[in-house]
Design a protein around this ligand. Structure first.
Ligand SMILES: *Cc1c(COP(=O)(O)O)cnc(C)c1O
Length: 381
């Protein structure tokens, strides 16, 4: 890994494919295939001497994105996929197959919960979900066919910060692979691979892309596992399109700037809302890294607040079932990310009708807090 700092590396990630014209920005290779002069030239692709043949298998833009995120995470290898969920699926399937068992944290992102409990289970992949806050409950759930420990570095929506060192230790002790979804933390705040995690996945739809204009994912890790993940992406057809890879890559250049400002704002907003009597509770991590605590703040409104009225009073802050854009947005876990869970499943992890997730943007912290306070006070019953 390069010794240059993160903020420098993030703007200089480029594959330099275009040696003919030396374009400053990487061109978009918006092509489904690459041509060959003759049969010898074609053979040279299979010999590994020519890099590109067919975009579902390989494309300069998707390669650039995979390598960019690998570089930021300090991992040797990375591959892009059509969404965060398909990156997570490829990462999981680089380790498990039918008959194997995944041991996962119970407070996973709703879509990943569905992926494991509905999709992968229907192909014969077993799972157990337990509280990862408790080491004993993890150890007690390990089976002879367990292959993978799966969790998120910062959980959704309550922002529990995973004990990565502990997970690495458990994985080593029991000869299990470890995988972490690092979407909420971003490599700016945390780099789980450098702590010993085998596979790190991102919904690049969120902070890596950062502008809410693209759906994409990346999975990084050991060369051997990422090669397998890539085979899954090619075989299952969950590759990312060149244009979306290009957009994500373009967004990634400001990752450090954005997350720095967003984390700073989130810290301020969390403090200001904590002092508001319309807010029952503020969830915001005590510590994530020396660079900040992330840009997601979850609040539980007081019972005296009319939740429907709150959503109607937010002014320039929009309700959107996503996070991590440059604009501050709010999401309602009961109706969005955790909608597919049963009421019992939601109650078990503490998601009730008053829980609102805030994704803090790059605006002025004072303006963000003032808009939230105004919405809360207009909605007191
Ligand atoms: C959004 C998200 C995903 C899924 O990503 P998509 O790009 O929507 O497929 C996975 N994990 C986390 C933590 C997310 O926020």
């Amino acid at each position: 890994m390069s010794k240059r700092s993160f903020s420098t590396r993030v703007v200089h990630n480029k594959l330099n494919q275009d040696t003919a014209l030396n374009s400053k920005a990487t061109p978009i290779y918006q092509t489904s295939a690459f041509t060959f002069r003759d049969l010898d030239h074609l053979e040279s692709y299979y010999a590994g001497e020519v890099p590109y043949s067919y975009t579902r298998e390989n494309n300069p833009n998707t390669d650039e994105l995979g390598q960019t995120v690998a570089n930021l995470e300090g991992a040797p290898s990375g591959v892009a996929a059509s969404s965060g969920i398909s990156a997570i699926m490829a990462g999981i399937l680089s380790v498990v197959e039918a008959g194997d068992h995944i041991l996962a944290a119970e407070d996973l992102y709703g879509g990943t919960h569905q992926l494991i409990t509905k999709q992968l289970a229907s192909f014969g992949i077993e799972y157990t979900m337990v509280s990862f806050a408790d080491e004993q409950s993890i150890e007690a759930a390990i089976r002879p066919n367990t292959k993978l420990l799966y969790t998120e570095s910062i959980s959704n929506p309550f922002l529990r910060v995973e004990n990565i060192e502990n997970l690495v230790k458990l994985g080593k002790q029991h000869d299990l692979r470890t995988m972490v979804d690092n979407t909420f933390a971003t490599p700016y705040l945390l780099q789980p691979y450098t702590k010993g995690i085998d596979i790190v996945a991102h919904s690049a739809t969120k902070y890596i892309g950062g502008h809410s204009d693209v759906t994409s994912g990346v999975v990084v890790g050991h060369e051997e596992l990422i090669t397998k993940a890539k085979q899954r992406i090619i075989g299952l057809g969950t590759n990312l399109s060149p244009f979306e890879a290009w957009l994500t890559q373009r967004g990634s250049k400001t990752l450090a700037l954005r997350v720095k400002q967003q984390s700073h704002n989130a810290d301020q907003v969390a403090q200001m809302l904590n002092e508001d009597d319309g807010v029952e509770r503020v969830y915001y991590p005590e510590y994530v890294s020396e660079r900040g605590k992330g840009a997601i703040v979850t609040i539980e409104l007081a019972e005296k607040v009319d939740v429907e009225a709150f959503f109607k009073s937010l002014g320039w802050i929009k309700l959107a079932p996503t996070l991590a854009g440059v604009e501050t947005t709010v999401s309602y876990p009961v109706r969005t990310s955790h909608r597919a869970l049963t009421v019992e499943e939601r109650n078990k992890i503490g998601i009730n009708d008053y829980v609102i997730r805030l994704s803090i943007g790059i605006e002025e912290a004072e303006d963000i807090a003032a808009q939230f306070k105004q919405a809360i006070h207009q909605s007191i019953k």
